[in-house]
Design a protein around this ligand. Structure first.
Ligand SMILES: Nc1nc2c(c(=O)[nH]1)N[C@H]1C(S)=C(S)[C@@H](COP(=O)(O)OP(=O)(O)OC[C@H]3O[C@@H](n4cnc5c(=O)[nH]c(N)nc54)[C@H](O)[C@@H]3O)O[C@H]1N2
Ligand SMILES: Nc1nc2c(c(=O)[nH]1)N[C@H]1C(S)=C(S)[C@@H](COP(=O)(O)OP(=O)(O)OC[C@H]3O[C@@H](n4cnc5c(=O)[nH]c(N)nc54)[C@H](O)[C@@H]3O)O[C@H]1N2
Ligand code: SF4
Ligand SMILES: [Mo]
Length: 724
């Protein structure tokens, strides 16, 4: 056998990137946060440079696997678009001309400007915003409130907060990611409008593991996705009609006496009204609305209600991206209580939500963030426009921000300090762009020089997860304080350090922030006795034993945390604020049923943002390995609709809505049902959000109706021109 110390053998080991003293390659334990699943990563590092990534073997989160995005981490970390230094604008607003400045100069300038706006126009004239990244949010919110502004808002104004609202209105709990579904122990998964195989790959694997154990699967959604293909029953509904389907299932369950009568009698409010309302949706009627054959509705209702325990897996966003989104989501999640699966093992189990992931670990995150009561601050952005949101969600609603900046009503917004703001997140991104350009001062903290960062006055370079220490905890309580795998690219810095340095300047009286990142985390998780030093001594992470698990059937102790102390089929909060108390079904504001005249010109249902595995919002288009997997923008269209329009596969087509038109390639596929066209959002040069009106929103949550409107598709006159 060849000795590993011989030069030729060493070269072979180095070429194979095998760690060890012979090659000088070390493994550092870190995580991927390109999506929020936070897979554990073995970063292979040589001479301070990331040369390879692997999923950590044995990790309870991803057990050695990485999805395409995580596997491309090197092209993410060392992307040529990575920002290297703080930048100060030198050209006109939006022109994208900057000069490098030092960190001290940048932070001093920012602090001085923000203090100036506070003195002139009040602290509320400064908005603090967090895009997709999550771990720095509690720090940012504490800084916002310490500064005196109520206007902390986030990307979650379009995401899981809407789903949380639905759960909260029914049960008094934010149901959190996946609705608290206990996938590993349930016997029946009702997978409602989510595809984890693309959006959170390890969770998709867990779903297949459950099927291997004999768990039943019902999939709800228009797409022929991996879960739909493996499902015992696939309910292929028209986008935006979830509420009607859920009410019809409720009707079947109640009529056939399959509901949990003891739970309903003892623990619910408004059941009689709900039963009567649901009876308006017999399966034959629901078939007309949703397109799902009535026999399948009955079969799914029976399977879900009679297999115990059963868990509904909900999406963070898909059910609430409709103009009736929260009410639809209420109708779906009402089925949990109806069948006695709420807060029971193998059902849907609410645990305390946290930006460090829903592990059920006791914490004081809310107290950490909210250092000033609302009564001592001005009204939040969106407060009047979205009263239900404002009643239950402790943030401003970012969807109302562009309008407030542009109109100055109810009061002027002069500045936005953002961590990863992508104006293409909003419907009608041009409006958001105009609003950002109208500000007196805009700061964006970013990894990359994005289209939006170019609108800023100062751009600060943030580093990625692999370049910083980060705390994360999995639902199985595997906790990690990651190693810094590689030095930060250029002068980039961790988001939290940037916030702490701003805090020194803006809220020097905050003694806790002054103690630093680790001390703040220990304060937040003090009820669970978290020690960062202990975690740091376990580089691969450790399971936090000995902390009490979140109990089941919490309501049996003090009732539900709702106004009636019961699960509310009929919401007292919605009634008080002038909305339908029942989970009333309404058609999307644009639909073949709601707007038949418009549907003559735009007969196809347009749904946007159904995830692809390789892209995540505006971010990974710039990663060459990933872009190669899907190099051009596409619209999915069923062969029936393509045929009727003379459209062939991969031909250039024009997708149009009343708001505008885009040139993309037609992906002629059975993945979408007849009558439905699907596009992802954010694609450079062909962003689906440009086709959606800025006020196409759910009035309860303020979330955009990205996933059900109307469009038309025709072959494009330009078949030869380059991709947009
Ligand atoms: N690769 C990748 N992963 C991601 C993201 C990403 O952009 N890319 N984003 C992350 C974020 S922020 C989120 S919120 C999650 C979301 O991730 P998911 O919860 O998985 O959401 P979707 O991809 O919308 O879910 C797809 C399924 O929803 C159903 N569906 C699609 N359109 C509709 C509709 O109009 N109505 C109904 N009822 N069902 C529909 C389809 O049948 C489809 O199979 O993914 C996260 N992970
Ligand atoms: N049409 C349509 N629109 C949608 C959706 C849809 O389904 N359809 N989905 C909505 C949903 S659910 C969501 S969650 C939003 C996505 O919301 P966005 O906030 O638009 O998500 P991203 O583009 O992933 O991230 C925003 C920016 O954060 C930067 N960033 C990433 N990591 C870091 C970091 O660690 N630090 C800092 N400072 N910056 C970082 C990225 O480079 C990026 O430019 O989009 C929404 N918009
Ligand atoms: S699923 Fe993919 S993108 Fe998400 S954390 Fe894991 S490797 Fe990263
Ligand atoms: Mo999201």
């Amino acid at each position: 056998m060849t000795s590993p110390t011989r030069p030729d053998a060493r070269a072979a080991l180095a070429a194979a990137k095998i760690p060890g003293p012979d090659t000088g390659i070390v493994i550092r334990k870190t995580l991927c946060s390109i999506c929020e699943y936070k897979c554990l990563v073995d970063a292979h590092v040589k001479d301070g440079r990331l040369i390879k990534v692997e999923g950590s073997r044995g990790s309870p989160i991803n057990d050695g696997t990485l999805c395409s995005k995580g596997a491309a981490s090197r092209q993410w970390v060392y992307n040529p678009d990575r920002l290297q230094t703080p930048l100060l604008r030198t050209g006109e607003r939006g022109e994208g001309r900057f000069r490098p400045i030092s960190w001290d100069e940048a932070l001093d300038r920012i602090a001085e400007r923000l203090a100036g706006f506070k003195a002139e126009s009040g602290p509320e004239s400064v908005v603090f915003f967090a895009g997709y990244p999550k771990v720095m949010r509690p720090f940012l919110k504490r800084l916002t409130h310490g500064f005196g502004s109520p206007n902390y808002c986030t990307e979650s104004s379009t995401c899981f907060v809407g789903a949380n609202m639905g759960g909260y209105l029914n049960y008094g709990y934010m149901l959190g990611q996946q609705g608290g579904a206990e996938i590993d122990t349930t016997r029946c998964i009702l997978n409602w409008s989510t595809n984890h195989f693309y959006s959170q790959a390890p969770l998709g694997n867990r779903t297949f593991d459950a099927l291997d154990r004999g768990t039943k699967l019902i999939d709800v959604g228009p797409m022929l996705s991996p879960p739909a293909e493996r499902a015992d029953i696939h309910l292929r509904l028209r986008p935006g009609t979830c509420g009607a389907l859920a009410l019809s299932m409720a009707h079947v369950i109640i009529e056939e006496n399959l509901h949990d009568r003891a739970f309903v009698e003892n623990w619910t409010h408004g059941f009689d009204d709900y039963r009567e309302y649901a009876s308006k949706f017999p399966p034959a009627v629901a078939e007309q609305i949703t397109g799902v054959p009535k026999e399948k509705i009955v079969a799914a209702a029976r399977l879900y209600a009679t297999t115990k325990p059963a868990a509904i897996v909900t999406s963070a966003c898909t059910t609430i991206h409709h103009t009736n989104g929260v009410q639809n989501h209420r109708a779906i999640t009402a089925l949990i209580g109806l069948t006695g699966n709420f807060d029971r093992p193998g059902g849907n189990h609410p645990v305390p939500t946290s930006y460090y992931r829903p592990s059920g670990l006791a914490h004081r995150e809310h107290a950490f963030e909210q250092v000033k009561p609302w009564s001592e601050m001005a009204p939040r952005v969106g407060q009047d426009r979205f009263p239900v949101w404002s009643r239950i969600i402790p943030q401003a609603q970012a969807m109302a921000l562009p309008e407030q900046i542009l109109t100055g009503k109810p009061y002027p917004i002069r500045s936005v300090l953002a961590f990863g703001l992508n104006h293409r997140m909003w419907p009608a991104p041009e409006v958001t762009k105009q609003a950002l350009l109208a500000l007196d001062f805009f700061v964006d903290v970013e990894l990359f020089m994005t289209e939006t960062a170019k609108f800023a006055d100062i751009v600060l370079p943030a580093c990625s997860t692999l370049e910083r220490n980060e705390f994360s905890i999995s639902p199985s309580r595997h906790a990690i304080w990651t190693e810094q795998a590689v030095p930060p690219v250029g002068q980039s810095r961790p988001d939290i350090d940037i916030i702490l340095d701003l805090a020194k300047r803006l809220v020097p009286e905050d003694e806790l922030l002054a103690q630093g990142h680790a001390a703040c985390l220990e304060w937040i998780f003090q009820p669970a006795g978290l020690s960062i030093a202990e975690l740091a001594a376990h580089p691969g992470g450790m399971v936090l034993e000995g902390r009490p698990a979140t109990p089941y059937e919490k309501y049996k102790k003090n009732g539900f945390p709702t106004p009636t102390k019961k699960m509310e089929f009929s919401s007292t909060i919605l009634a008080e604020l002038g909305f339908d108390a029942l989970p009333v079904y309404r058609e999307p504001l644009q639909s073949p049923v709601a707007t038949p005249e418009l549907a003559k010109e735009y007969p196809l249902v347009f749904t946007t943002g159904t995830r692809l595995p390789m892209f995540i919002h505006a971010r990974t288009f710039r990663v060459p390995w990933l872009r190669k997997l899907h190099p051009e923008p596409t619209a999915d269209i069923n062969p029936v609709d393509a045929g009727a329009r003379g459209i062939t596969h991969m031909q250039w087509v024009e997708v149009s809505t009343p708001r505008g038109a885009l040139r993309v390639r037609a992906n002629v596929t059975e993945y979408v049902p007849p009558g439905v066209v699907n596009m992802i959002h954010g694609y450079p040069g062909a962003d689906a959000n440009e086709l959606i009106d800025p006020d196409y929103l759910d009035p309860v949550s303020g979330h955009p109706g990205y996933k059900s409107l109307l469009c038309e598709v025709w072959p494009h006159p330009d078949q030869e021109g380059a991709a947009p």
